[in-house]
Design a protein around this ligand. Sequence first.
Ligand SMILES: Nc1ncnc2c1ncn2[C@@H]1O[C@H](COP(=O)(O)OP(=O)(O)O)[C@@H](O)[C@H]1O
Ligand SMILES: CC(=O)OP(=O)(O)O
Ligand SMILES: [Mg+2]
Length: 390
Amino acid sequence: MADHVLALNAGSSSLKFALYELVDDNRPSMRWRGQIERLGDAPRLLAQSAGGRSVDRPLSSTKSHDEAIHAFLEMAREYLPDIHVCAIGHRVVHGGTVYSEPVRVDDTVINILEGFIPFAPLHQPYSLAGIRAASAAFPGTTQVACFDTAFHRTHPWVNDTFALPKSYYDKGVRRYGFHGLSYDYISNKLKETAPGLYDGRVVIAHLGNGASMCAVSGGRAVASTMGFSALDGLPMGTRCGQLDPGVVLYMLQQDGMTAEEIAEMLYRKSGLLGLSGISSDMRTLLAADTPEARKAIDYYVFRIRRELGALSAALEGIDALVFTGGVGENAAQIRQMVCDGMRWIGIEMDHARNADGGTVLSTDFSRVRILTIPTNEEMVIARAAVNFLE
Ligand SMILES: Nc1ncnc2c1ncn2[C@@H]1O[C@H](COP(=O)(O)OP(=O)(O)O)[C@@H](O)[C@H]1O
Ligand SMILES: CC(=O)OP(=O)(O)O
Ligand SMILES: [Mg+2]
């Protein structure tokens, strides 16, 4: 039986997965890739095989990440009965200051990762649930944790700290940054396909249900819009993004909200959902055409432009802007709204190229190259898992 590696990526609205056969010296070659998307809303299982088979079916009873993992494992048993899985890699959102590289999972590692749950309550429990479910389904198989925070460990101190007493920095209250597996993939893709840009100053916009942007110089992360938690920076599906801490004090002191109520508000009721009152899903908002949906989109786009200016300052210039994530890869209208407000910085979009959805979206004369690159966090996870095989 051929050896395979499985990659699991628990996002806030989805469980993504990919199965790779190991060919020529353990190179992962994709066999199946898919996701259970719209978790908690209208979950659907979508998957494609390299050989052209596809699965697309609603999962009406699958509401939570736990249920999604079990639905996935059931599908795996149904469609992939005869494979040997020799390693399983997991996206783990928070590695704290402890992990700047992937690590083989054991009980000690799990204990340390559980300690980071309060830093990423919308993600870390799902990553750990994935590890537990996969350990039970594939006992004895090597499990590898790959961290969203790891790519950002190169931020200079000014982009790693808050202006609080030093004791906070020392106990881990820092700007960690997330979506690092996606930034790692995009950065390596640039190295392969556009080495001149890889060596330059690049802003990557990962716009999914969670959204962040990262400034990368010569392949090294310099700054990110996400900070201590996955709440900061851009507005997201249900998260508020950048918020004056005075608003949290107001909620506590004037509105008398509890800490749990505030967490629920900032993580699950804000962002596109809170502003529009309709949905957290950009597809729904683009189709809705109500004043509230338009205002939510305007705010989203405006914050992306502001952060683009700020990250360009962190890089002392910009050579390329890369769009990725569910919105970045698919929503031409959002990309156009972002770019049309950034001509002053040398970003000039070719609207026909943007509508066609190819890789290069800038005009031939644009000083800044605009690209769309579909992310592939699962490939980064699979490559890391292979490195742990004997
Ligand atoms: N065709 C599309 N047009 C606009 N937005 C889209 C489209 N397809 C997906 N999206 C957006 O992408 C989001 C999911 O992005 P994704 O990166 O998969 O999320 P996550 O990994 O954070 O769960 C959805 O919430 C939806 O808003
Ligand atoms: C960190 C984060 O927000 O991840 P996701 O986009 O998968 O929700
Ligand atoms: Mg994601």
